[in-house]
Write a protein that binds this ligand. Sequence first.
Ligand SMILES: [Zn+2]
Length: 69
Amino acid sequence: MSLELRSRDRERKLLKKINESIELIEMGDYGYCENCGVEIGIQRLEARPTANLCIDCKTLDEIRERQQA
Ligand SMILES: [Zn+2]
């Protein structure tokens, strides 16, 4: 894949995440972990506004992903 295509793909994924975040804000569900329902926390959201998992679930997710790879 060319560099341009790759960055366009990244952009598309980011846009999708932003749209999902906007939907969650509109539904009043923004800022809560999709997995366990805990508040993600403002510090994490400031660093990653599109975060949909709390730090604990995200860490587990990353470990699982690494194990699959
Ligand atoms: Zn969680």
